[in-house]
Design a protein around this ligand. Structure first.
Ligand code: OXD
Ligand code: MN
Length: 585
């Protein structure tokens, strides 16, 4: 591998600090991946799944106290606290290096340090970026191999010898008391210690592609977002690309690869978690998916919710913290109606239903996106795909309509910035409470979110025709607690409405919160939705907004916005006030 002096220097420095017994460079070949897997099978880090039904698939069980992202242990280390902003934990860079340096010092003794050069984005794309990560975990290295274009190819994309994000990862002693995920955006550096869990440890993903990249994107005039990217093909064969931000474990992977319930329409997958978006020389927003794999939430994945994912994960896949059947197959809640007999739970113990779920609620699959049956022929296009619409989606049992459209870009930015969502198991902490999660980036924005909203507003000015912005909520429930909208394949009906709005065709009703489909706006053709009176009225209820609830919502938004003080753009307050005045009329 042609390693530049700058890369070599950094790797040497880290090796001197962490003191591994040996250093292995990951060149990215399948043989190297297999060697990693063999070593992990030998030391029981991995267990082979049934080779006839799940060839080249493996189960990993993580430390039981290391099963989700730990946001309270995640820091942005900028010289000035206000640059990290009120929504990030902050530590001064010198203090961070001292405190965490003491933990990583000598932490790799007796271990191998893997060096993983990786490319984020398609080969040959001007928008792709390079990272160099070191890790003392073979599991993390294998995950990086699936999730990124790792090895030699990355080094070939270095634009200058120093042009890489550096990431140091050490399991250290896996103690939650000595766990830190630190970001030094000015130095383009990440340190993650005491954890081996995906989002904390696969540094290319949240740490690089979102936290550090969002900082770089602001400086350089592009966007790094927590968004899926999909193309909706209509019956004439025309494909319209949309990007959608949704909080963790709220259906991005399902929507990105949805199989349409609407005849004549199909969805093509470009990405399921992260979008990097640039403005091209025509003023068009173009998106690439920086990743090559999917790190998806397993529970709830089944033939109805995501048949594409089920096909994607039938080979060459790592499973983490799922349950195991006696036939050596993975299982999780929601995979089948009844659990198979004699399961081992996610910790490898005979499953006792009264002891909780068999699979951990945040159990995952790590799989190659190219194995997804809906993968777009353009998913690795170096130019990216043109984005015509942006969707913000949240989990809300009440108040928020199934779909509505912003009046314009500024209103859309406010819609994203003000979003609240019910929390999930993707991060440690209480599940099901509403918290503000602007643009689904609360845990991932590497700088002051007041500046982030300003950056969004600026980007709109640079676009020849800014994409239309929509909000969706698949999770609205009726008074009986039942979901009002069937979701999954039926969501394509909502995507169709958006595309028709983009093309100036579908109708909408103006309300103080945005433009909502007119009663005949959504295509509900087919017996299931249009036929039964009950389902028609459920859809009508799903499309309504609740005035009282919204007024309360505005108060919660105010509490979020006030935290940013002067750094909150006036345009956001303007839209907040306009909504309140509209509701008062
Ligand atoms: C993820 C997450 O893993 O958002 O993608 O937590
Ligand atoms: Mn995510």
């Amino acid at each position: 591998m042609a390693v530049t002096a700058a890369v070599e220097k950094w790797v040497d420095e880290v090796a001197r600090l962490c003191r591994p017994d040996r250093v292995i460079w990951h060149g990215g070949s399948e043989e190297e991946f297999e060697r990693l897997v063999d070593a992990m099978l030998r030391d029981a880090t991995l267990h082979r799944l049934n080779p006839s039904t799940y060839p080249n698939c493996y189960l990993h069980r993580s430390h039981p106290q290391d099963v989700a992202r730990t946001e309270h242990l995640t820091y942005v280390c900028t010289p000035r606290r206000e640059d990290a902003g009120p929504t990030n934990n902050w530590m001064a860079p010198a203090e961070a290096r001292d405190r965490v340096g003491a933990i990583v010092k000598g932490s790799m003794r007796g271990r191998t340090m893997y060096v993983i050069p990786y490319l984020m984005g398609p080969v040959g794309s001007p928008y792709s970026r390079v990272g160099i990560m070191v890790s003392d975990s073979a599991y993390v290295t294998a995950s990086m191999h699936i999730m990124t274009r790792a090895g030699r190819v990355a080094l070939e994309h270095l634009r200058t010898p120093e042009d890489f994000v550096a990431g140091l990862h050490s399991l250290a002693d896996l103690s939650p008391e000595r766990r830190f995920i630190l970001h030094f955006p000015l130095e383009r550096l990440i340190w993650s210690v005491g954890t081996g869990y995906g989002g904390n440890a696969i540094l290319a993903k949240k740490c690089h592609a979102l936290r550090i990249a969002s900082w770089q994107a602001r400086q350089e005039g592009w966007m790094a977002e927590h968004m899926l990217i999909l193309g909706l093909e209509d019956p004439s064969g025309e494909v319209t690309y949309l990007a959608a931000a949704m909080p963790s474990a709220s259906g991005k992977t399902n929507l990105a690869m949805v199989q349409s319930a609407l005849p004549g329409y199909r969805v093509w997958t470009v990405g399921d978690d992260i979008a990097w978006m640039n403005v091209d020389d025509q003023g068009q927003l173009r998106a690439i998916n920086p990743e090559r794999g999917s790190f998806g939430v397993a529970p709830g994945t089944n033939v109805k919710t995501n048949p594409s994912a089920l096909e994607m994960i039938r080979r060459n896949t790592l499973f983490t913290n799922v349950a195991l059947t006696p036939d050596g197959e993975p299982w999780w809640e929601g995979m089948s109606d009844a659990p198979p007999a004699a399961l081992l739970d996610w910790q490898g113990r005979p499953w006792q239903p009264e002891a909780g779920p068999a699979a951990h609620p945040n159990s995952r699959f790590t799989a190659y996106l190219r194995q997804c049956p809906t993968i777009s022929p353009h998913w690795e296009d170096p130019k990216g795909v043109p984005i015509s619409g942006i969707i913000f989606g949240a989990r809300r049992s009440r108040e928020v309509p199934l779909v509505f459209e912003a009046f314009d870009w500024q209103h859309g930015v406010y819609m994203g910035a003000s979003m609240g969502t019910e929390t999930t198991a993707a991060a440690t902490g209480k599940v099901g409470v509403v918290r503000r999660d602007p643009m689904a980036m609360l845990p991932f924005c590497g700088y002051n979110m007041g500046d982030y909203f300003a950056h969004w507003l600026e980007m709109g000015k640079r676009l020849a025709a800014p994409p239309k912005i929509f909000r969706v909520n698949w999770f609205r429930r009726g008074a009986d607690g039942q979901l009002l909208w069937p979701g999954y394949g039926e969501n394509v009906r909502v995507l169709k409405w958006m595309v028709e709005r983009i093309k100036g065709k579908a109708r909408a009703v103006e309300t103080p919160v945005g433009l909502i489909p007119s009663p005949d706006g959504l295509d509900l053709t087919g017996p299931e939705l249009a036929g039964p009176e009950a389902s028609r009225s459920a859809v009508a209820e799903a499309l309504s907004y609740d005035r009282e609830g919204w007024l309360q919502e505005l108060e919660e938004q105010r509490a979020l916005f006030e935290q940013f003080g002067e750094r909150l753009p006036a345009a956001i307050w303007e839209e907040h006030t306009r909504t309140r005045q509209g509701l008062a009329r």
